[in-house]
Write a protein that binds this ligand. Structure first.
Ligand code: SF4
Length: 242
C-alpha cells in the first residue's frame, strides 16, 4: 500500500490543548477543501517527492520519491522518534483521504489525527486506532467549499464518531469577519453531540489581526452552551517552527 506524503519531521505541536507536546508529524498530501486562510496550500497538491527530516528536530531535510510504502513510513517515523516524543501527528492536507493506508500502519505509537472532519465514512474506518482526534469545523467565511451545509453535517458526524472512542476536541479558526451568526450553527451542532467536547477558538495567523474583543465575545457566546471553551493561538509560528 502507498501514500503521497509532503513531509515528515519531528517538532512541537503548536495548536490546541496539546500545545508544546513533541510529535513526529506526517503531512499527507491532498485536501478536498480550499480554505481562504490555508497555511499549507502546497500540501493540497500531489508532490513528486516527500521532504524528510534527517535528524529529529534538526530542520535539515532530504527528499525521497513519492509515493511512500507503508514500511518506508514506519521506518522513517522510528528514526525520528525521541525520548520526549509522545504521538505521531497525522496531518495534511487531509489525512483521512489516506485512511486505508493509515489503517494498515503498524500501531507502534499513539496516533494524533488533525482532520478537517469532512469524511465521516473514513472516520469510521479509523476510530478504533486514533488516540486523539483534533477535528476542525469550518465557518462560511472560511470559503472552504461551495456546499457549506453538507460540509458542516459531515464534520458533526465525524466528531460524533471520534467522540465515542478517542479523546476528541474541536478547533475553529476565527477570522476578523467571524460573527455570532456565522459560528452559531457549529456551536449548536457540537452541543447536540456532547456539551463537554472542548472547543478551541484559534485566531487566524494573518496580516489582519482578529480583534481581542471579538475573540472574548465569541468565547462567551460559545460558553453559554459548551462547558469547555478555550482561546489558543498558533504557538509554533511564534517560535519559528514548521
Ligand atoms: S482543510 Fe486544512 S489543508 Fe485543507 S484547505 Fe483547509 S486549511 Fe488547508
Amino acid at each position: 500500500m502507498h501514500a503521497y506524503i509532503n513531509e515528515i519531521f519531528n517538532s512541537i505541536q503548536g495548536e490546541g490543548p496539546y500545545v508544546g507536546v513533541r510529535q513526529v508529524f506526517v503531512r499527507f498530501a491532498q485536501c478536498q477543501l480550499h480554505c481562504a486562510y490555508c497555511d499549507t496550500p502546497l500540501s493540497r497538491n500531489i508532490p513528486a517527492h516527500c521532504r524528510v527530516e534527517r535528524k529529529p528536530g534538526g530542520g535539515n531535510f532530504h527528499s525521497i520519491k513519492n509515493p511512500l510504502r507503508k514500511g518506508d513510513l514506519e521506518e522513517l517515523v522510528r528514526k525520528l522518534w525521541t525520548h520526549s516524543t509522545r504521538h505521531v501527528s497525522l496531518t495534511g492536507g487531509e489525512p483521512l483521504i489516506h485512511a486505508d493506508f493509515i489503517r494498515e500502519l503498524e500501531q507502534e505509537y499513539p496516533l494524533y489525527l488533525e482532520t478537517n472532519s469532512g469524511f465521516p465514512d473514513k472516520a469510521k474506518e479509523l476510530r478504533d486506532i486514533i488516540s486523539i482526534a483534533s477535528c476542525d469545523i469550518k465557518l462560511p467565511e472560511h470559503d472552504s467549499t461551495d456546499h457549506y451545509e453538507e460540509l458542516l453535517a459531515n464534520e458533526l458526524e465525524t466528531i460524533s464518531i471520534f467522540n465515542e472512542t478517542a479523546e476528541t476536541f474541536v478547533k475553529i479558526v476565527i477570522l476578523p469577519e467571524t460573527t455570532r451568526e456565522s459560528i452559531s450553527p457549529a456551536i449548536s451542532g457540537i452541543a447536540s453531540i456532547d456539551r463537554s467536547i472542548p472547543l478551541i477558538l484559534q485566531p487566524a495567523t494573518q496580516k489582519k489581526m482578529v480583534p481581542t474583543g471579538l475573540l472574548l465575545e465569541l468565547m462567551d457566546f460559545a460558553g453559554e452552551i459548551l462547558k469547555d471553551v478555550r482561546l489558543i493561538p498558533q504557538t509554533h509560528k511564534m517560535m519559528g517552527l514548521p
